[in-house]
Design a protein around this ligand. Structure first.
Ligand code: NOJ
Length: 568
């Protein structure tokens, strides 16, 4: 039958994932830092929302140079977050509620305080030396010209070792040497240990970077004065071989959900990482839509994403992976500013409608949707007024590097980190209108967004028309209608800068999804196959006649940021 997909069904395709950034989710002991007991106490909230899986950003022991993405012991829990017992209790409670737990797996690098690195730097003949990437100086300087993602050179000279080591992120995040089979075995052993504990999957941090081109050639020099490591690290020569080995040694033995964070991934590469043959991972996080507003100085600007460009990229991923690999769907995570403040409208007048519109646009696509904590409330960017409100190493380093080198003026750079900085996503979850938004009884490690009196979970749970209830409904619809999960996607109206319109098809059924990304009213000319049809409204942010039968006219007027989904 035309439009029928031959896609294999899987629970992780039918799931909705909720990302928790533990440091900012809920603090149970008043130290200002979120923790595992705090998460355990909020599982009922997540059950109510209807999500299936939690992606837990790292909870392992870490000196917190990069908030847990620098791990010093993969089999211990960060002190501020609690104990292994707390973890097990949280896992057990989640499972009892039917919620799965996907762990963050950060194995491109460790912390420099990890026992392997402490050993590795001791001497050239130390058994752990080859666990990391050590090189001699080249003509008295760094071994190559690569810059790190967090500013400065990607190499650090270590006095004790008498050599440089590679760190694509901060100097406290030395890169592991995946070409060493012992490293791979250690990682796989550790993963099996977690699987045997009963966890349900892995989100793999920058997994597309684990294999480097031998010789580590210099990269093209950018504005920062450093060379780009991208061509020599992204989707490197052995990455698929290593992931297939991981699949054989670990993943294939359990029923897991796996997603690879793959910066620099193309559609062609994604078909290998997330191929439906199941040899590597279930899906990848691609970045093409997030990078649309990037520029000369990486992401530091105040550019707006054009809707036509966004549609082009999203549609490319939707259509080209169809039947071959599986998409992940996200607008937000702990590394991105709030999408509502980026592509929606966070003014009091349009905040809720535009949050619902963005949610609909994403959740009606093919793939596994990810909700980032607070997205389900329409949380917004933080109104930064001074540099000391920032906590993130990336923003702080970038501010100093780009202003001190005279590349960007300080006022502009402040504006850019305020708009694009990762701390926007990391302000505490807004639970209620009490002090510190109910996140902590102490002083939060990062300031609470002052809009918590208006935007908080308690208020939204009690109000049927809230963003929270809308998300709940979107999630429930995905469980009710197979077409939302498996239907084929087709873009309509590619050239409109106002409307994102697409359809989904499964067998005889069709969905028409309309989203007005604009503050103005617009009129949509309905395509022939829908005009005059009897259908029903599945969901909409202005209409409350959902589920009502209706005839679709030839033209539909859309209010500012209106969205509506018809099933025919
Ligand atoms: C990607 C993570 O999402 C980000 O938060 C982190 O800083 C880098 N990888 C380094 O681990």
């Amino acid at each position: 039958m035309e439009g029928e997909t031959k896609m294999e069904k899987a629970w992780w395709k039918e799931s909705v994932v909720y990302q928790i950034y533990p440091r900012s989710f809920c603090d149970s002991n008043g130290d200002g830092i979120g923790d595992l007991k705090g998460i355990a106490g909020k599982l009922e909230y997540l059950k109510e929302l209807g999500i299936d899986v939690i992606w837990l950003s790292p909870v392992y022991q870490s000196p917190n140079d990069d908030n847990g993405y620098d791990i010093s012991d993969y089999q211990a829990i960060m002190k501020e977050f609690g104990t292994m017992d707390d973890f097990e209790r949280m896992l057990d409670r989640a499972h009892k509620l039917g919620i799965k737990i996907m762990m963050d797996l950060v194995v491109n690098h460790t912390s420099d305080e990890h026992a392997w690195f402490v050993e590795s730097r001791k001497s050239e003949d130390n058994p752990y030396r080859d666990y990391y990437i050590w090189r001699d100086a080249k003509e008295g300087k760094e071994p190559n010209n690569w810059g790190s993602c967090f500013g400065g050179s990607a190499w650090k000279y270590d006095e004790e070792a008498g050599q440089y080591y590679l760190h694509l992120f901060s100097p406290k995040q030395p890169d592991l040497n995946w070409d060493n089979p012992k490293v791979r075995q250690e990682v796989f052993r550790m993963m099996n240990w977690w699987c045997n504990k009963g966890i349900d999957g892995f989100r793999m941090d920058v997994i597309s970077l684990i294999s480097k081109v031998p010789g580590l050639p210099d990269g093209a020099v950018g504005k920062s004065g450093y060379g780009d490591f991208g061509p020599y690290c992204v989707n490197g020569p052995h990455v698929h071989e290593y992931l297939q080995e991981m699949n054989q040694e670990v993943l294939s033995k359990y029923d897991l959900i796996t997603v690879g964070e793959c910066s620099g991934v193309t559609v062609e590469e994604a078909k290998k990482y997330a191929s439906s043959s199941g040899k590597e991972l279930n899906m990848v996080f691609q970045f093409e839509h997030m990078d649309l507003d990037g520029g000369e100085s990486f992401k530091w600007n105040h550019n707006k994403i054009r809707l036509t460009e966004l549609k082009k990229i999203m549609s490319k991923w939707q259509t080209e992976l169809e039947g071959k690999a599986w998409n992940s769907l996200y607008w937000c995570n702990h590394d991105q500013p709030r999408f509502l403040s980026r592509m929606g409208n966070d003014s009091p007048q349009y905040r809720e409608v535009s949050a619902k519109m963005l949610a609909t646009c994403l959740h009606m696509m093919q793939g596994t949707p990810y909700v980032y904590q607070g997205e389900e409330l329409g949380m917004t960017n933080y109104p930064f007024t001074s540099l000391d409100e920032f906590r993130d190493i990336e923003s702080i380093n970038a501010y100093h590097e780009l202003t001190e080198k005279g590349i960007v003026a300080p006022e502009d750079m402040f504006d850019y980190i305020s708009y694009k900085g990762r701390d926007n996503a990391r302000t505490p979850m807004q639970w209620d209108d009490s002090d510190q938004a109910g996140f902590t009884t102490g002083t939060p490690w990062i300031p609470v967004n002052p809009n918590y009196k208006e935007i908080n979970a308690k208020e939204q749970m009690s109000r049927e028309t809230s963003v929270f209830h809308y998300y709940k409904k979107l999630i429930a619809l995905r469980k009710q209608y197979e077409i939302i999960v498996y239907g084929k996607y087709d873009l309509l109206l590619p050239d409109s800068e106002e409307i994102y319109a697409y359809m989904r098809t499964l067998g005889e059924e069709k969905l028409l999804v309309l989203c007005n990304f604009n503050e103005q009213q617009v009129e949509y000319e309905v395509p022939e196959e829908f005009a005059g049809c009897q259908g029903k409204v599945l969901i909409g942010n202005y209409r409350n006649d959902a589920a009502a039968e209706c005839e679709i006219g030839e033209k539909i007027g859309l209010q500012p940021y209106e969205t509506v989904v018809y099933l025919v």
